[in-house]
Design a protein. Sequence first.
Length: 130
Amino acid sequence: MKIGDAIQSADWKSEKHVPAIEVPETVKAGEPFTVTVSVGKEIPHPNTTAHHINWIDVYFKPDGEKFLYQVGHFTFAGHGASVKGADTGPVYTDPIATFSMTVSGPGTLVALELCNIHGLWENSAEVAVA
């Protein structure tokens, strides 16, 4: 088995597990821009001790190149766990990450996330450079 065989994808507007990627329509080479990745944008994903998003990784693949470059890794560790029992804790983290990045040319952002029950999910978004 290859890891790619275990990665699922769909439209994030119809499937709560697919990471949504928000990126400007066009960016300028060498200038910072903001990206937001999230899980559950249209359909909320549970955030409980038993069912939650563990992490989101973001990669950039420049046009014309073979390899991806990791942009960030975002871990979501608060799921209501407590010594009092599941879902009684004082903190929950939502699977949303906003960050700034700079590119030298166009390419594709790829987001990969892990749901502790339903496995790996991916999505991608083009980065156009003016």
